[in-house]
Design a protein around this ligand. Sequence first.
Ligand SMILES: *Cc1c(COP(=O)(O)O)cnc(C)c1O
Length: 341
Amino acid sequence: MKKKDIDWQNLGFSYIQTDQRYVSNFKDGAWDEGVLTSDANVVINECAGVLQYCQACFEGLKAYTTEDGKIVTFRPDLNAQRMVDSAARLVMPEFPVERFVDAVTQVVKANAEYVPPYGSGATLYLRPYMFGSSAVIGVKPADEFQFRLFATPVGPYFKGGAKPITIRVCDFDRAAPHGTGHIKAGLNYAMSLYAIMDAHNQGFDENMYLDAATHTKVEETGGANFIFVTKDNKVVTPKSDSILPSITRRSLMHVAKEYLGLEVEEREVCFDEVKDFAECGLCGTAAVISPVGKIDDHGKEILLPSGMEEMGPITKKLYDTLTGIQMGKIEAPKGWIHVIE
Ligand SMILES: *Cc1c(COP(=O)(O)O)cnc(C)c1O
């Protein structure tokens, strides 16, 4: 197939408008059948629920080309289910899982010329989202909603290899106990912008958030879950009701256990334990795993034994195995790879 004339290697992570996006509207208690449209603009009332009270949630996944030339997405049903859960917590209607996966398929097919070729490291990032579209001035949920899904090509996350990053323990909180930390709501990001700009201004790549109630337990960063590796090669990930259940992290834990035969633990992780871990990584769709080399706790530095030059050995195995599964080089568990065409 003919591809767009794009310098895939040098794409960054910013919005590039593509040809078609999917739109469905919820009105009078039901979703309409949904259409693809070339119109990239959203027109809503000035008093729409999303604009006044932030009634919105989103997802993120990517379409890419495998080694044998197929265009696929990775576990889109889990994104669909997570959006159902996010919507329920924000008093928005469920967009059915099958319809979500169908919207993914339609948008990727319609923008197939933007799916980067195999080996470029670039992907077509997909952004499904839903928001309250009808006017709301008293505090209550909207009664009309819009679901949209657009695609934008993004570059390789790591240009020239994955270099370990430096993060800091953050004094701001990301998510309250019994709040909205476990759903993918834009509001969780709005309140983290100040903290991430502050971290960047002080020379750190990311914030490590601790549990808001006690500031003793590790939660996650603004947009990625943690995995740690112990000195005896156990893979540990924090358990908390206010962590967003990352699909990448869940997949990596499966890979650790079933493909690499490692012991895995999902449990509370005290910040005090972190100094004893051998490796640390951040997991999310964009990078799969970003290795962490250094954690700054108010001027006290924790240097992971894996260092600042490369990924730790277990992190690297996890990364290579999951990306191998995604790219069709290693056999995937049933249902993980959704073939578009
Ligand atoms: C999206 C997100 C992640 C990563 O989830 P994936 O499903 O792996 O992409 C982690 N933490 C937060 C807060 C997120 O919003």
